[in-house]
Every structure is written in structure tokens, then in C-alpha cells.
Design a protein around this ligand. Structure first.
Ligand SMILES: Nc1ncnc2c1ncn2[C@@H]1O[C@H](COP(=O)(O)OP(=O)(O)OP(=O)(O)O)[C@@H](O)[C@H]1O
Ligand SMILES: [Mg+2]
Length: 255
């Protein structure tokens, strides 16, 4: 069975004044699994993600999602097509419970506005049974079941990362872009986060992940893209990339 193409990028460029943050980048992400994007600091990974998400207008090139050109769409429209970034939803509210954070994440992009998300609480009980059930499912999945009513501010750093992931899932993404999901957590939690992604990827969500913790990412990604100074310098299966001189050059050249 041919693998289905989900995201296709052709010769994408994004400049900031004289800085060529992304320069002529092409890549494909096919349906399913975990796709990695790595490269040293400042190589253009976050800029690439933000351009895919419609937060930046490209200066050149094309982005296709499910065969449809999306680079002239608004970030809201792109979100509606199912490309989601877990940090695109409102940030964690530390004074709110885990559950309320999940519900706000789901509503934040439904055109309700933050005020309604936060204060029209009667809606939680009546129309939103399905939303609550989905929130509970993802809270369980990231093993925060005992913390449903705890304040987000009481969670550990690792638990907050897991909650961020769960919030991203509330949007029912087809493609979830994650920028450093394992940053700042201990290796055990980092591995656990990637194990969750692997489980979820079997249920139809595709993940495209920027991660500096290569030792974790390379154990889970099926394909890895390597950027250096705005350009895509190499790509391949993780076990092959580690023998690729272009991969080392990207990191050594950055020193
Ligand atoms: N909004 C912006 N305005 C001006 N320059 C920017 C902007 N965003 C990024 N840059 C520049 O573009 C280049 C790529 O930055 P980007 O944040 O995409 O790199 P990155 O690969 O995500 O790095 P890191 O691994 O540190 O997160 C850098 O030189 C950065 O300084
Ligand atoms: Mg970045």
C-alpha cells in the first residue's frame, strides 16, 4: 500500500530582513508515525513550523496539505484543516485546573474568544459532555488522571509537558507539530512523552517533532530531517542519519 502524503513543502523560504531563516526547504511528511526535524540553534526549525502554521507568510515556495495549497490560508484556516501546534492553543493557566485547561484548549479556537472560554462555565455541563469525555480520555492517556482537579500550577515540569501534549490533542489534529516536547524534562519523562506519541500515531495522528534530545527522538522517529543555517542539509532514517557526514557537519559547524 502506498503511504499517503500529508504535508508537502517545496522550496520554502522565509526571510527576516537579511536573515535567511528558511531558505529553499523541501520536504514530505507522509501519514502516520513520528517525523523528526533537527538542527543546531538558529537553523530555522521553529521558523519552518511557524510558516507551516500560517503564523508567518512565506517569501517563496509552496506548502501543500492533503494535496491542497495552504500557504495563503490564515492560521485559523490551517488549524481548521487539522494542522495543530500544541503551543498554538492558549498557554497553560496555572490558576486553573487540569480539566479547565483542557477545555479552554478545545474552545480557544472555536471562535468563542478567551472570555467565553473562561467564563461561560454553564456550557461545560450542558453542551459539552463530549468535550469533557475527550478531555478525560487524553488526561488518562498522559497519566494525569489523579490530577484532573489539581491546578496546573501544582504540576511538575514533566507533567506540564504532558498536559501541553494532551491539550494539543483536544483539537483532533491530523498533523501535530511539536516544538521540543521533551525539553527541560528528565530523560524518563522525555521517553514517556515519545512513547505516548508512538501510541497516538497508531490511531491516525501524524507527528512532526523538533527535538534537541536526539537520543530520545532517534529511538522513535521513522524519518529525520536535518536543517543547518536555513537549509535542509540531509534526511533519512535515524539509524542511517547517525552515519551521515552532513549531519555531523551541521552540528560541528555550529560550534
Ligand atoms: N521573528 C523573527 N525576527 C527576526 N529574526 C528571526 C525571527 N525568528 C527567527 N529569527 C532568526 O531566524 C533564524 C532561525 O531561527 P529559528 O528560531 O527558526 O531557529 P531554530 O532552529 O528554531 O533554533 P532553536 O533550536 O534555538 O529553537 C535565527 O537566526 C533567528 O535569529
Ligand atoms: Mg526553535
Amino acid at each position: 500500500m502506498p503511504e499517503e502524503e500529508l504535508l508537502k513543502i517545496e522550496e520554502l523560504s522565509k526571510h527576516f530582513g537579511g536573515v535567511y531563516a528558511v531558505s529553499g526547504v523541501s520536504l514530505d511528511v507522509r501519514k502516520g508515525g513520528i517525523w523528526g526535524l533537527v538542527g543546531p540553534n538558529g537553523s530555522g526549525k521553529s521558523t519552518l513550523f511557524n510558516t507551516i502554521l500560517g503564523l508567518y507568510r512565506p517569501d517563496g515556495g509552496c506548502i501543500y496539505f492533503n494535496g491542497r495549497k495552504i500557504n495563503n490560508l490564515s492560521s485559523h484556516q490551517i488549524y481548521g484543516l487539522g494542522i495543530v501546534n500544541s503551543f498554538q492553543v492558549p498557554r497553560l493557566f496555572f490558576q486553573m485546573s487540569v480539566m479547565d485547561n483542557m477545555l479552554v484548549a478545545a474552545r480557544g479556537h472555536q471562535g468563542d474568544g478567551l472570555f467565553n472560554s473562561l467564563f461561560l462555565r454553564g456550557g461545560w455541563q450542558s453542551q459539552e459532555r463530549e468535550l469533557i469525555d475527550r478531555a478525560l480520555e487524553f488526561i488518562e492517556l498522559v497519566e494525569l488522571g489523579k490530577m484532573v482537579f489539581a491546578l496546573a500550577g501544582e504540576l511538575s515540569g514533566g507533567q506540564r509537558k504532558l498536559l501541553e501534549l494532551a491539550r494539543g490533542l483536544m483539537a483532533k489534529p491530523r498533523l501535530l507539530l511539536l516544538d521540543e516536547p521533551a525539553a527541560g524534562v528528565n530523560p524518563v519523562v522525555g521517553k514517556k512523552i515519545f512513547q505516548k506519541l508512538q501510541t497516538l500515531s497508531k490511531n491516525g495522528t501524524t507527528f512532526f517533532v523538533v527535538e534537541h534530545r536526539l537520543e530520545i527522538l532517534f529511538n522513535f522517529a521513522s524519518w529525520v530531517y536535518v536543517m543547518d543555517r536555513g537549509k535542509m542539509v540531509t534526511q533519512g532514517q535515524p539509524e542511517k542519519i547517525v552515519d551521515d557526514p552532513a549531519f555531523y557537519q551541521a552540528y560541528l559547524g555550529a560550534e
